[in-house]
Design a protein around this ligand. Structure first.
Ligand code: FES
Length: 570
């Protein structure tokens, strides 16, 4: 006997309650028989004109709806808060957990049997996945796809070039007029950032976890196949409801391990770490930051994409997409993991093939031998810090230098170009108070620009350390997510100008070379900072956000509450 659908707890009711549940829906012109036991599919949409990466999502949702209807379901689109990386102040990350709550409560509170998650710009993917996992109804992700590759003066450009352009303007290599021309050529179509930044890494994450159909990650937003994928996902979610295939069936420990390996092979964003930890926390899969180093081991850089390589998401699609990358590391992936299409990951890879070896290398001849995220430990990051070796200068992987300390981002902006700043290319820039609690919201400022006087000398990279994050499009020898953060009393709070700092990536250490007695003395002088927020979301956030090495989720959002709602108001 077929399982009674969850939505029938609303639409299948008799009497006054059923009348109210159905009658108001009929004002949208929905015929009565639509409520007679069809799977009701929510389309959780992060469309917003303030989130340009997701601005095409209403049109894309129409394709999803077509697929749902074809498969015999009733699609109902609903909005959730959207997070556009480029406009939101002080940082979109501040609101990731808020959106996840919006998603969780919206799904649970409504008569839905399954949900399609429309994800694009960086935080929209983890936020929607986190929320959906905490309800655990059948769910499938449709990513919006990346933009077409940007063009400037006859060459390809993408978001990673912004950092280069900015440094070039500051050092006088590039004029403001040239910068304007680059701006005009950067975003040539709908879609999210065209490099392997956080949005693309998140799209790859959901595909490698098995939460989307194969090919979801790489189809460009402007390609008609993006609409085809959306329509097929609409069809598939109806079947998933019938099969009762839930996120918790897909998101096993092995699936998370696969995702870490794939992120290494693509040179994915450092933000992957914090988001995957948060998602694992919602599903109840025990993971630690050390897993990211452990499971990245042996995985070389296969995808030649900026910022670790040379090409763009559009090129990845033409070269075979994410399945072709996964095929190269198939020997390291768990063959048994189930995916949203009902097949195993390895079944999905049977037809995968590489069409361009310049963009997708072989495992035997990789783009770079080392990839992934290196997890550092030491007295400067007792709970962990991370660095992306594939985007860093190999000459700085073992480096000892004198600290130049900035107390916060405003202090950095004020002094970084001061000609009298005592800094040279061997110095280590340290930025404090940009962690989850301290900023608050852990902004993407960790790849702080170099001092102008060093740029003018031709210096391209320096060791930089902070408790913040870095844009997935960023690069450099940048240690991020230092935990515990400054505001939580981590050792980073104790660093002073002139201290020696030793970074040793091969041995995975980061140490402040100051005697313990001196550190104890400095700690005794640290003043306890009161929470500057007395109300509102910032208060909730600073009271409850966890440290970076735990995923920066709220302590009260760990785990899931299921989909049951036992009371109603009529
Ligand atoms: Fe939206 Fe880069 S700004 S993905």
């Amino acid at each position: 006997m077929d399982k009674i659908l969850r939505s029938q707890q609303w639409f299948g009711k008799k009497g006054k309650d059923g009348f109210i549940y159905r009658a108001w829906m009929k004002n949208q012109g929905i015929p009565a028989d639509e409520f007679h036991g069809k799977p009701v599919i929510g389309i959780c949409n992060t469309w917003s004109e303030l989130t340009p990466c997701n601005a095409h999502f209403r049109e894309l949702a129409e394709s999803v709806k077509r697929g749902v209807i074809e498969a015999g379901g009733l699609p109902l689109e609903f909005p959730v808060m959207s997070l556009g990386e480029t406009l939101i102040k002080p940082t979109a990350m501040l609101y990731r957990n808020l959106v996840s709550m919006d998603v969780e409560e919206s799904i649970r509170a409504n008569p839905l049997d399954g949900v399609v998650l429309m994800c694009g710009c960086d935080k929209t993917t983890p936020a929607l996945v986190m929320g959906a996992c905490s309800v655990d109804l059948p769910a499938i992700v449709v990513s919006g796809g990346a933009m077409l590759t940007g063009k400037y003066e006859g060459r390809d450009i993408g978001t990673s070039d912004i950092w280069r352009f900015s440094e070039n303007v500051r050092s006088g290599i590039m004029t403001e007029e040239e910068l304007n021309l680059a701006e005009a050529g950067m975003c040539r179509s709908r879609g999210h950032c065209a490099v392997m930044g956080t949005a693309s890494s998140m799209a790859c994450m959901v595909e490698s976890l098995g939460l989307s159909l194969p090919e979801n990650a790489a189809i460009p937003a402007a390609d008609s196949n993006r609409k085809v994928l959306a329509q097929l996902s609409g069809r598939r979610i109806v079947e998933m409801v019938k099969e009762d295939l839930k996120p918790s069936d897909i998101l096993t420990r092995a699936a998370f391990e696969n995702a870490i390996k794939v992120n290494a092979a693509i040179g994915g964003s450092t933000n992957f770490v914090i988001h995957l930890l948060a998602i694992a926390g919602r599903v109840g899969i025990p993971m630690t930051i050390d897993d990211f180093d452990r499971f990245s081991e042996n995985i070389p850089l296969i995808a030649n994409l900026q910022p670790s390589g040379d090409y763009f998401m559009e090129d990845l699609y033409y070269a075979g997409g994410l399945p072709a990358v996964m095929k190269e590391i198939e020997r390291y992936l768990d063959a048994t993991c189930l995916t949203a299409n009902g097949k195993t990951l390895i079944d999905n890879l049977k037809l995968a093939r590489t069409l361009n070896r310049t963009v997708i290398s072989s495992f035997e001849e990789p783009i770079k031998p080392d990839s992934g995220v290196a997890v550092l430990k030491g007295n400067l990051c007792e709970a962990g810090g991370i660095i992306k070796p594939s985007a860093a200068d190999p000459r700085l992987m073992q480096h000892t230098g004198i600290a130049v300390v900035f107390e916060n981002i405003e202090d950095y902006k004020l002094r970084i170009d001061d000609p009298d700043l005592p800094v040279d290319e061997n110095s280590v820039l340290v930025l404090k108070n940009v962690g989850p609690k301290g900023y608050p919201g852990m902004p993407e400022v960790g790849n702080m620009g170099l001092p102008k006087k060093l740029l003018e000398k031709g210096v391209k990279d320096m060791v930089r350390i902070s408790d913040g994050r870095m844009s997935g499009t960023g690069f450099g020898t940048v240690v991020l997510h230092v935990s515990p953060e400054t505001a939580a009393g981590g050792t980073i709070a104790l660093v002073l100008d002139g201290d020696q700092i030793q970074l040793d990536v091969p041995n995975r250490t980061l140490n402040l070379l100051v005697a313990q007695e001196e550190l104890d003395r400095r700690r005794s002088l640290l003043a306890q900072q009161p929470n500057p927020f007395s109300r509102g979301y910032a208060k909730l956030y600073t009271d409850h956000v966890e440290q970076a090495h735990l995923g920066a989720d709220f302590d009260f959002l760990k785990g899931h509450s299921g989909s049951a709602v036992t009371r109603d108001s009529h």
